[in-house]
Design a binder for this molecule. Structure first.
Ligand code: ADP
Ligand code: TYD
Length: 196
């Protein structure tokens, strides 16, 4: 399962709540995040989020490289052990931010990411929908390179996630993010119960 949405939408909060609920039922859970989840992924996180400006395809390729490592070294092995995997962001983030908001092309970025993950798609993706201004206001003091982008960029990313949700209604569930974390988590649990 993956969680997607703008920074500040409440994704990480929901990953923690869902992981805690599943563990409470005796399940083994890998809760992870992108970019990250492996040493190479964390190094890419440093480069992409805290380094100098990058050409758009460099950025897309680095996120894809981190994702390839994440899938091969962490996600597939956990799935093969029968564990539940929850990732805070996955390939929809690349399609939304690099493919649509940066304009590299939805199909091209999706194809790159399907190639590097050998086609691994989540069983369910939760898109936490919040107004971009609200998401921004929830953010902390420090902003990474992408979080410092303009409001127009965040608006495009928000529209991109909404479009992805409407094109993939069987996989992507849109959650109204303007409720309490517990209310959102309850709706997530209702969906997840049908997958267990
Ligand atoms: P993300 O991982 O999407 O960046 P976080 O889960 O880190 O978001 O949440 C960003 C901030 O908003 C945190 O301070 C968190 O406590 C707060 N927050 C999380 N969920 C909600 C919610 N449903 N309503 C209001 N604030 C929230
Ligand atoms: P995130 O880990 O959600 O940030 P934080 O931990 O600070 O809340 O994501 C970092 C940023 O990277 C975020 O602005 C979205 C961006 N991003 C992409 O542009 N493409 C991607 O493929 C991924 C995974 C993230």
């Amino acid at each position: 399962m993956t969680f997607e949405g703008l920074d500040g939408s409440g994704k990480s909060t929901q990953v923690d709540l869902l992981a805690g609920w599943l563990r409470g039922q005796g399940r083994t859970v890998l809760a992870t995040r992108e970019p990250g989840g492996t040493p190479v992924g964390e190094a890419v996180r440093e480069l992409v989020l805290h380094g100098d400006e990058l050409a758009p395809w460099t950025e897309a390729a680095l996120f894809a490289a981190a994702r390839a490592e994440h899938v091969e070294r962490a996600i597939r092995p956990a799935l093969e052990r029968g564990e539940d995997v929850i990732s805070d962001r996955y390939l929809d983030s690349s399609v939304a931010y690099q493919g649509i908001a940066r304009g590299l092309g939805e199909e091209r970025v999706l194809d790159l990411n399907l190639a590097v993950t050998r086609g691994l798609l989540p069983d369910r993706t939760f898109f936490v929908l919040v107004d971009p201004a609200e998401a921004r206001s929830r953010g902390g003091e420090y902003r990474d390179r992408i979080e410092r982008e303009t409001d127009a960029f965040m608006q495009r990313a928000d529209e991109a996630f909404r479009a992805l949700a409407s094109h993939n209604p069987e996989r992507i569930v849109t959650l109204a993010g303007d409720r309490s974390p517990d209310q959102i988590a309850e709706e997530v649990r209702e969906h997840v119960r049908t997958l267990l």
